[in-house]
Design a protein around this ligand. Structure first.
Ligand SMILES: Cc1ncc(COP(=O)(O)O)c(C=O)c1O
Length: 387
């Protein structure tokens, strides 16, 4: 049953369709991944229980060494979230009240929270409509004498245009912090993200390409002094036990998360490749449709944290997918500059037209390493029938 015929049946009748056709397609299936790792994970967690080294023990330093090596940098500082990583990155660069930080509004709100936490002001620039990341053409005009950092976001797993961004930043002597929360393992000009800025920040939230079994994050850098300061700040800024030289935080990663992440890191490349294959298959099936598909950039290896299509009828398309048991997501429905929390900054609708259009039209389709071709075909066929 295809096309018009399917559209004509009532919602309740759809649930009577045979079981195979109505098998749900989750947006993400973390259970499928856990099944393949269960024995190894549980034995690593048991080892930690036996050692009683629950915080900042051997497991965290082991993961830090492995993740730094994977990213091709000198230092990794494990933390309790990606938000903490961005916050500490700004603290380590001494960004504070009165300063400005240029970033994108097309991101998860945490990118801006971190700027606000240090008392600085976020300055949002519009995105490149193809890449959907910070448009270097807009960067120079946003820089003032108060700009103390630039935070490009590797949105949906695709690296921002780092060579142009870094060239502008260097010309002005401004440090770059990469928000790589959605791009573990992605490459730009054959180098992994995290190697372009002074600092890069990762989230290991469970749904990320490299996800913990709880909260987690990390800051990576080649600068020893930054790593040293971040290690101090994450642990209450103690120079010696119970002696605190500045205001610090409890941002440590717990050992359970580090152990899980070290196990999962071994599979990250293979999982990212599986995501690439899912994305390719979606693109092949949808290429002749009128949906705007995510671009494949020849300078980058995207890790497809999201496969976000664009449609002017996004909400109708989303609800039709839902009727067929297909989950989807919207990353993000309201851009940061138009969020109530940032009303005081004075941005208006229309200030960042490309960001606003993407928020209005974007729809993230199910994507995860174990997603079968059969399920992708089902998603695509529902989408194609809708046109
Ligand atoms: C682009 C981006 N930055 C920052 C974060 C914050 O990470 P966390 O949720 O681990 O604090 C996220 C998480 O969703 C993100 O997607």
């Amino acid at each position: 049953m295809i096309g018009k015929e399917k559209k004509a049946i009532s919602k309740s009748a759809r649930f009577e369709l045979d079981q195979t056709e109505m098998e749900t397609v989750p947006y993400l299936d973390l259970r499928a991944q856990y099944r393949t790792l269960r024995t190894e994970v549980l034995s690593a967690l048991e080892k930690i229980c036996e050692s009683t080294s629950f915080a900042q023990g051997e497991a965290t330093s082991d993961f830090e060494a492995k993740f730094a090596a994977y990213c091709g940098v000198e230092h990794c500082v494990s933390l309790n979230s990606g938000t903490s990583a961005l916050h500490l990155a700004l603290r380590c660069l001494d960004v504070g009240p009165g300063d400005e930080v240029v970033t994108v509004s097309m991101s998860f709100i945490a990118t801006a929270w971190a700027i606000t936490y240090v008392g600085a002001t976020p300055v949002f620039v519009d995105i490149d409509p193809v890449r959907r990341t910070l448009n270097p053409d807009n960067l120079e005009a946003a820089i003032t004498s108060r700009t103390k950092a630039i935070i490009p976001v590797h949105l949906y797993g695709l690296p921002a245009e780092m060579d142009r961004i870094v060239a502008i930043a260097e010309r002005h002597g401004i440090p770059v912090i990469e928000d790589a929360a959605q791009a573990h393992g992605a490459k730009y000009r054959n180098k992994r993200v995290g190697q372009f800025g002074q600092v890069a920040c990762f989230s290991f939230y469970p749904s990320k390409n490299l996800g913990a079994y709880g909260e987690g994050g990390a800051m990576i850098t080649n600068e020893a002094s930054i790593a040293h300061r971040a290690r101090s700040l994450r642990d209450h800024a103690q120079s010696q036990k119970y002696l605190h030289d500045e205001v610090g935080y409890n941002y440590r990663m717990d050992s359970f998360q580090a152990a899980v992440l070290a196990i999962k890191l071994k599979h990250l490349d293979e999982w990212n490749t599986a995501r690439v294959n899912c994305a390719r298959f979606y693109t092949e099936l949808l290429k002749d449709s009128s949906y705007k598909l995510p671009a494949q950039m020849s300078d980058s290896e995207c890790v497809w944290h999201c496969y976000a299509i664009e449609s002017r009828e996004r909400d109708r398309v989303r609800s039709a997918l839902q009727d067929f048991g297909i989950q989807s997501a919207v990353h993000y429905p309201v851009p940061i500059h138009l969020q109530k929390a940032y009303a005081h900054l004075g941005y208006r609708s229309g200030d960042l037209p490309l960001t606003e259009a993407l928020c209005e039209h974007c729809l993230s389709l199910p994507i995860y390493p174990e997603l079968s071709k059969e399920k992708i075909s089902r998603v695509a066929s529902v989408l194609l029938d809708l046109r």
